[in-house]
Design a protein. Structure first.
Length: 261
């Protein structure tokens, strides 16, 4: 546990500047949208900017995990580190999730505040019909965190496979192509599996509602923002979690071989 805490501290020290710039970029984007909305007198441009920042977070997660892995890939310290691959990869995954969670919480707070700025600031006569509550925003954040975690584990697995392929000199120059085809294959298999009758039946078991009434509408420029997944099955979600755990274990197994790049 002490070793893992040390790895987490290292990841935090290396990556905290990235988190700071990420938060500043979110605030800067919303501020620019405010200036444009005020200049153009299109209030919807401002009110939709912060929800869009929230929706961008799955892509932000890909950036976070890839930046953490890229640092390790360049230094190649993982080839000689005495700690297990589970600790090495787990610390990078956990710090990325931590950064993502902090960024999502900041984005939710930013959206909650921006949606309550009076429309009179923009010099147009319209009124707000409905606003998302902070609870709705947190629901959206949790849902996107789950999506982000899935993407992070997939990227983690593909990164390890990419380095593992360096063992075979004949295919080393074409690793990127093989990894790309692997990713496409994973997407196709996942899509096929979700379209089967068995999965569709399981998806109706133990369903819980999420993101209910997560809507935002305004009257002047017909701006509408609505997100509702309806519900998710605890059964299929549990199977997805098991799949992701197996994907992480496969990544650790490949990295444990300490394949030189």
């Amino acid at each position: 546990m002490k070793a893992f805490r040390g790895l987490m501290q290292k990841e935090w020290l290396i990556g905290k500047s990235v988190l700071l710039w990420l938060l500043l970029a979110q605030a800067g984007l919303v501020f620019v949208a405010y200036l444009l909305a005020k200049y153009l007198e299109v209030a919807g441009l401002f009110y939709i900017s912060s929800p869009m920042v929230i929706l961008m977070h799955p892509l932000i997660m890909i950036f976070l995990i890839c930046s953490r892995l890229n640092v390790e890939g360049k230094a190649q310290v993982w080839l000689y580190n005495p700690q297990s691959s589970g600790m090495l990869l787990g610390s990078k995954l956990l710090i990325s999730v931590l950064f993502q969670g902090m960024s999502l919480l900041f984005a939710c707070l930013l959206t909650f505040v921006t949606m309550r700025i009076p429309t009179s600031h923009f010099g147009v006569s319209f009124h707000t019909e409905s606003m998302m509550s902070f609870y709705n925003l947190l629901q959206m954040g949790i849902f996107l965190m789950a999506v982000s975690l899935f993407l992070a584990l997939v990227m983690l697995f593909l990164w390890v496979v990419y380095h593992a392929l360096a063992r075979v000199s004949a295919i080393k120059p074409f690793r990127w192509l093989i990894v790309s085809l692997l990713f496409i294959g994973m997407v196709m298999v996942g899509s096929w599996y979700e379209s089967t009758a068995v999965y569709q039946q399981m998806d109706t078991v133990w369903v819980v509602d999420v993101l209910s009434d997560s809507s935002f509408t305004m009257s002047a420029d017909n701006l509408k923002f609505y997100l509702n997944t309806g519900g998710i099955s605890l059964l299929t979600t549990g199977l997805d979690i098991i799949t992701l755990v197996l994907l992480f274990l496969a990544s650790c197994w490949l990295l444990d071989r300490k394949i030189e790049v």
